[in-house]
Design a protein around this ligand. Structure first.
Ligand code: SAM
Length: 288
């Protein structure tokens, strides 16, 4: 039987095993999860493992109807073959009820491991999964549009032939249009984050990536979760953007870094006074 949650947590960094901690979060509670799991034992996070199927089921249960899970993952190569864990996990999420809303690409500016017999690997998948139709979509419009252009009007006649009528009228459109679903970021120091302490973690994702998903799939005041919060990129950006946050990590060292990073930002929607008490309670909750 499931444990009954004793409280509704927000603005906390929780140190512990996500498979256990997620069971204490109420049903239909979280608006958005942005996370990147350890994949294929590619890196050693101080020897910790995670249980994918348990976490997937818990994430479905605690996501609100219309809420979104962004699962950022790549594959390692084992015995000459890519593992395909990324696809397997995306399809498993579908099996348990999530919609695979969009398969996006996170393109990095460099690669971690050089390849000798294939092209260098510079991307990860960003599976955008939703519990029902996504309730929130705030598209980021930063792709420059041509402000004026000419176009050719096509017309099909009854006999099937086409005629083209050159229309030279000048059409004005907005300066920027919605970006595509391949997102490119400069990675590595100092682009990933300006926070020096964060680089003690071996696998950060860029602050801008977390920011862009939070802006796209949530609104101020929403609850944003990262159950594998690492050095706290998601929680820092959620706080910066006026969202509530929950970060979980099994490493106490990474939780401490996540807290330091939170303390270095000011929340958009909070006064300095309120913000201080939020941060203090975060520390107590995380390490009591
Ligand atoms: C890819 S890293 C996440 C990095 C994060 N996105 C950031 O930018 O800092 C994955 C994290 O999962 C954590 N982790 C592994 N197993 C876990 C578990 N069972 N419960 C909670 N966290 C776990 C590791 O400690 C590691 O920090």
């Amino acid at each position: 039987m499931k444990k009954k949650p004793s409280q509704n947590p927000t603005n906390v960094i929780i140190y512990g095993n996500n498979a256990e901690i997620l069971t204490q979060i109420p049903d239909n509670y979280v608006d958005l999860t942005v996370t990147s799991p350890p994949y294929d034992k590619l890196r050693d996070y101080q020897g910790f493992r995670f249980d994918f199927q348990t976490i997937a089921a818990e994430l479905y249960r605690i996501t609100k109807q219309g809420g979104v899970l962004v699962w950022i993952i790549g594959d390692s190569t084992i015995k000459g073959s890519e593992t395909g864990s990324s696809f397997k996990q995306a399809l498993y999420f579908k099996e348990i009820g999530f919609l695979l809303h969009d398969t996006m690409i996170y393109q990095k500016s460099g690669f971690a491991f050089p390849s000798k017999n294939r092209y260098h690997q510079i991307f990860e998948f960003m599976f955008v999964l939703s519990k029902g139709k996504p309730r929130t979509f705030n598209p980021i419009k930063d792709k420059p549009n041509k402000s004026q252009y000419t176009f050719s009007k096509k017309r099909r006649h009854k006999d099937g032939t086409m005629s083209h009528q050159q229309d030279t009228s000048r059409i004005s459109v907005e300066d920027f249009g919605m970006r595509f679903n391949i997102w490119r970021y400069k990675t590595g120091r100092p682009h990933t984050t300006p926070d020096d302490a964060a680089y003690q973690h071996p696998a950060l994702f860029p602050e801008k990536l977390a920011r862009d998903h939070i802006l796209s799939w949530s609104n101020p005041g929403d609850i944003v979760l990262d159950p594998m919060n690492g050095a706290g990129t998601t929680t820092k950006m959620a706080h910066t953007l006026g969202r509530k946050f929950i970060g979980i990590d099994i490493s106490k060292d990474y939780c401490k870094i996540a807290l330091e990073r939170l303390q270095s930002v000011k929340s958009k929607d909070q006064t300095e006074q309120t913000e201080k008490s939020t941060i203090n309670s975060t520390i107590l909750t995380a390490f009591q």
